[in-house]
Write a protein that binds this ligand. Structure first.
Ligand code: ADP
Length: 154
């Protein structure tokens, strides 16, 4: 399966989902988008390297970046499953639209949704960036290597 996203930065919520997925699939590819429409806070190399470090204990994952259509990336990796996370009803509309478009672009690829453990359901990369920029404590939301990197960047 491929778990795509901007991971700007990777959070404990993402990591919880990846741990769960790694038990269900032979290999989970964490696909980090290079050309998201959102301007990135961390550059692609920082996002790649910090995700690799944060996920070092999980054996059956690969962290990669891509700058093509997601369905094309999945096809080149020989993957038929896209994984996305749902935190709350508010995620649903966007995710539903995205999965519908991806299904239209390549009907052989399925999108599966997973939910995180309750304590991670309120974590988002954008809130982590906002709390950081206002001097708040982000240690409960991201792994320590990511916290250190973010503090260096600000
Ligand atoms: P994108 O910019 O593509 O939305 P993100 O990096 O923000 O990518 O998130 C990737 C995926 O992980 C999305 O499906 C998002 O809904 C999901 N996600 C983000 N944070 C969490 C979390 N705390 N728990 C579960 N899923 C999450």
């Amino acid at each position: 399966a491929i778990y795509p996203g901007s991971f700007d930065p990777i959070t404990n919520g993402h990591i919880d989902l990846i741990k769960r997925a790694s038990k269900l699939f032979d290999t989970v590819i964490i696909g980090i988008t290079q050309n998201s429409k959102k301007p990135a806070f961390l550059d692609i190399n920082d996002r790649l390297e910090s995700a690799k470090t944060a996920l070092i204990d999980i054996n059956n994952i690969k962290v990669m970046s891509f700058d093509t259509l997601l369905v094309d990336f999945a096809e080149t990796q020989n993957v038929q499953i896209i994984l996305r996370g749902l935190r709350a009803v508010s995620d649903f509309e966007y995710e539903f639209q995205l999965s519908g478009m991806n299904k239209h672009l390549n009907p052989t690829i399925e999108t599966l949704f997973m939910t995180p453990a309750e304590q991670y359901a309120n974590i988002s990369s954008s809130l982590v960036r906002e709390i950081l920029s206002l001097g708040g404590d982000i240690s409960a939301f991201v792994p320590s290597n990511v916290e250190n990197l973010l503090k260096e960047k600000i």
